[in-house]
Design a protein around this ligand. Sequence first.
Ligand code: B12
Ligand code: SF4
Length: 448
Amino acid sequence: MKLGLIAMSGVRAHNQELTRLGLTLPGFVERNKTIASLPSLGLLTLAGLTPDSIEMEYLDVEDIKHIDGLPGEFDAVAISSFSAQIKEAYELADRYRTVGTSVILGGLHITACPDEALQHADCVVIGEGEPVWPQVMHDLQQGNLKSRYDARGNTFDLAQAPMPRFDLLDHGRYNRITVQTARGCPFDCEFCAASIRLSPKYRVKPVHKVIAEIRQIKSAWHKPFIEFADDNSFVNKRHSKALLRELAKENVRWFTESDLTIAQDNELLSLMRDSGCAQVLIGFESPSPQGLHGLEQKSDWKAKQYEQYLTAIEHIQSYGISVNGCFVLGLDGTSSESFLGVRDFVDQSGLHEVQVTVQTAFPNTPLYKRLQQSGRLLEEQAWELCTLFDVNFVPDGMSVEELERDFRWLVSELYSDTATQRRKSHFFQQLRAARRNKDHAPAHACYG
Ligand code: B12
Ligand code: SF4
């Protein structure tokens, strides 16, 4: 039995003009290049739970239009894709089924839309993959694959996490490798389409497991750069500090996503710096309180952080840790002025890097349901627009055209050569000042 593990790994934006702009602006190109070649950790993880009796091959497929027929011959394929490329994944699945290959689909989009996916698959996995994968493999080998395996309500304990099969990768193709140290997030943002939609509980992976994964990666890649594929890394501060102490011994550089609470913990910041943190990505979402109200649905947490944005950025960066600030455009309660607001905030804050995206209604999010109920979705099931750069809804404070036009303006303002250089030199100026005043900045700043 030969199983193909196929990751759809293309897509930046559906809108051609934005793609063209994105492909030519230096700041944008830099970030895209660095993340372009991440493998699918989901599939490599499931491969770690697959019995040896099944032969496996891992493939990344960027664009099926450029493939005549099939990317490889298999008895069964497990395909992973996010919403943006799901229609291509379905087309590939249909092609495989035509030649009698069994198709298994799973992941975030399939969990949101299992009935849609079943039209293109023999079997769909809903929720986290690990709890049901051994059964799926058993049934596949017995020729008794069921159409649905539902893992919801069966939260996977990361203490049982298998070693991802990094050995299946073509090593020369990847410049960064992902490791997951935690799953979930204690917050619940209306637009969030990450792992809280698979399983809401926040969990951490034991330190020794994370370190074992990093050592495995180091055995195959010389000086690997690690991206933690977490939604929110340092929620459990005691665990995080234990992890960072061990990580410091591994001599790797890493990137992750976190919330703003790290700014309040100097010990954590020192440990992040000393363990090789190159950059931390933080979702500020909006530089004005209007856009933040109601966004986090449990306690309006995001709106409550607004006052400390500037001081938090300065404090984190004074440790030599570069902050990549994320802002979402088109939020309810914001108008055309928000684009200028983001540009000015980025300048004022001294953020080293910035990422702007368009609010996106991903399937089965509270945002999608709210916009659907109020008739504000531009087109139902237009998943190809779920790129974070295309508009798939009618904003309340501007027209669709204004959102598209002003987003392009903002991209060109933020990622021009001048703006990118200005941010870099501002970061190093701040750092020199911090070094003069305090003693926590490193001799050499590290940034991604
Ligand atoms: C790493 C990453 C990438 C890598 C992905 C590499 C890859 N091929 O997987 C790269 C850089 C290529 C990438 C690209 C994009 N990404 Co991205 N990415 C992430 C990130 C940071 C981590 C994902 C991850 O590795 N999670 C850990 C693994 C273990 O979890 P998992 O993939 O969900 O897998 C589990 C289950 O879902 C399931 N499963 C997954 N696949 C399958 C398949 C089968 C057959 C089965 C049975 C089970 C199964 O089992 C796994 C174990 O439980 C998340 C944000 C985050 N913090 O989570 C965004 C995220 C997934 N990305 C997102 C987006 C929007 C994009 C892009 C559209 C960006 C763009 N404009 O190009 C593209 C989409 C590409 C596509 N194919 O459609 C969104 C997706 C939302 C959605 N529902 O679609 C997220 C959630 C970020 C966000 N802001 O919302 N991304
Ligand atoms: S903070 Fe980020 S990961 Fe957590 S719920 Fe909000 S968007 Fe999702």
